[in-house]
Design a binder for this molecule. Structure first.
Ligand SMILES: C[S@@+](CC[C@H](N)C(=O)[O-])C[C@H]1O[C@@H](n2cnc3c(N)ncnc32)[C@H](O)[C@@H]1O
Length: 243
């Protein structure tokens, strides 16, 4: 397991102003819809870099990638993915909150990293499970806040990811460090139990498919990133179920 340091370079005054604008939008939406947003500030550049690891580390350097990002928010991780994309790669950016989806559309026109990939990117303002299963992907990067969901919702989302993931493809997602310990102290018993159950589902998928994990301390809050691979032999119908 690796530990990641921030690769982010210094920000110009203009870029800093743009990041502050993203943070204000994110914080405002988090106050309204914390359950779906799952955090109060966007992810850091260090977390974005780790989440894009399997866009950089492609199995065949000659082959282009079909990428799905679920829960693009204000584009913090999308930027890291865009920086790792190469000509020929395509990306579907899915975001349930229409204000965030409109913001990401705007970034594709205005942001230096995002505009590089604008011609190969499509923004979808919907739940990721509503994307259907016609399109398949080599890499899925998920920013969804599993810790806020029920075990059934988490299972359904992970099952969807592995249905649209091509055999040999990778899924990267993150969770925050220490949330279980914090919730044990401050959360109501039913919320603690709900999170424990959804955590078991996540852990079960990690145990079955993990290829790597990394702690990212340079994020608020610090995070675990998990990278999973769908086996070459596995199709949706053959997937072993958890006991
Ligand atoms: C923790 S935020 C991550 C945002 C961004 N990727 C980042 O890291 O800063 C989770 C995002 O997922 C979105 N979201 C939650 N459930 C979703 C779903 N089922 N399908 C698509 N987006 C969803 C929320 O609206 C929110 O923008």
């Amino acid at each position: 397991m690796s530990e990641t340091q921030s690769p982010a370079g210094p920000l110009s005054a203009l870029r800093l102003e743009e990041r502050l604008r993203d943070t204000r939008l994110f914080f405002g939406q988090a106050l309204r819809t914390f359950h779906a947003t799952g955090s109060i500030v966007p992810s850091s550049g260090a977390l974005a870099y780790e989440m894009a690891e399997y866009v950089r580390r492609r199995p065949d350097p000659e082959q282009s990638l079909s990428i799905l990002e679920a829960g693009a928010g204000t584009g913090a991780i999308s930027r890291g993915i865009a920086a790792a994309m190469r000509p020929g790669d395509t990306i579907d950016l899915v975001e349930a909150n229409p204000e965030f989806a409109a913001h990401v559309e705007e970034l594709l026109k205005t942001d230096p990293e995002m505009s590089r990939v604008a011609d190969s990117a499509a923004v979808h303002a919907c739940l990721v499970n509503d994307m259907g299963t016609d399109r398949t992907y080599d890499v899925i990067v998920s920013g969804l806040p599993f810790a806020n969901f029920t075990a059934e919702q988490v299972e359904s989302i992970l099952d969807h990811y592995f249905t649209v993931l091509r055999p040999g493809g990778t899924l990267s997602f993150y969770g925050y460090l220490y949330t279980k310990q914090v919730k044990a102290v401050i959360a109501k018993r039913e919320d603690y139990l709900r999170q424990a159950r959804s955590g078991w589902v996540v852990q079960d998928w990690i145990d079955r498919y993990r290829i790597d994990s990394a702690r990212v301390y340079a994020n608020i809050p610090p995070a675990w990133v998990h990278h999973l691979r769908k086996p070459e032999w596995e199709s949706a119908g053959e997937r072993p179920r958890a006991l």
